[in-house]
Design a binder for this molecule. Structure first.
Ligand SMILES: *Cc1c(COP(=O)(O)O)cnc(C)c1O
Length: 229
């Protein structure tokens, strides 16, 4: 799959129908599900095609890659909204704060402090979601479930706008219990946004109340093999 222009527009159209069906199946308004089109590894041309097909919310997982692709696109299309879905190093916090509207991967106090400091410097701070390592996988980003409340309290003390929770369930597991856990954790803390669901499991995520689904390959086609990602 190369992801040429007709493919991207057709896949987006198909995806919108599938999102609407999944929402209606559980009695939700399809407009309550917001699609983040994850464009990592795909070029500016592919992103522009998706934009022309009506998609203005994009997600990237690396600051440097996003910084290379999006400033030009945004100069032409100021309504583009950019989300960071990958993990963030403290030393990239300033770049991230300048570039992104929403950060899905806040997962530790040191990073919250770096984002808050960067926000003070530039006079704007992205909305943030706390990423929770619901599968307690040692290699994966995300705060441990037991550490969520401490991190939330720290983020609030720093004045960060925390809008919700995010998770990436273990690749080989049924995602449903992870989605259910995250939904309950957000509800119990009155956090409105739930970032969960990717190309392979967005319908289940919608059934579990996802408000932000992060879909890449179902729109842009397959990515080159993972190298150091
Ligand atoms: C790449 C990525 C996605 C999109 O994955 P697809 O399976 O291509 O839809 C979603 N979330 C995160 C955190 C990602 O890194």
């Amino acid at each position: 799959m190369s992801g040429g222009a007709p493919d991207i527009a057709a896949r987006l159209e198909r995806l919108r129908l599938d999102i609407a069906t999944a929402a209606r199946n559980v009695g939700r308004d399809p407009a309550s599900v917001n699609l983040v089109a994850v464009s990592k590894t795909h070029g500016v041309e592919a992103i522009a095609v998706a934009y022309e097909a009506g998609q203005s919310r994009f997600g990237e997982n690396r600051v440097q890659e996003a910084a290379a692709k999006f400033p030009g696109l945004r100069a032409r299309h100021p309504d583009i909204e950019l989300h960071l879905v990958g993990s963030l190093q403290r030393n990239k916090a300033l770049d991230a704060v300048l570039l992104f509207d929403v950060i899905h991967s806040l997962d530790r106090a040191g990073l919250a402090e770096a984002i808050a400091r960067a926000g003070d410097r530039v006079g704007r701070v992205p909305r943030c979601l706390i990423q929770v390592n619901t599968g307690r996988e040692p290699q994966k980003s995300g705060v441990e479930p037991d550490g969520l409340d401490d991190l939330l309290a720290r983020a609030h003390a720093l004045g960060l706008p925390i809008i919700g929770l995010m998770c990436v369930p273990p690749a080989d597991a049924d995602p449903a219990p992870h989605f259910a856990w995250l939904a309950e954790a957000a509800r119990a803390r009155a956090l409105p946004e739930l970032s969960m669901g990717m190309s392979g499991d967005f319908e289940q995520a919608i059934a579990h109340s996802a408000t932000l689904i992060r879909v890449g390959s179902a729109i842009f086609g397959s990515r080159p093999p993972l190298t150091g990602r």
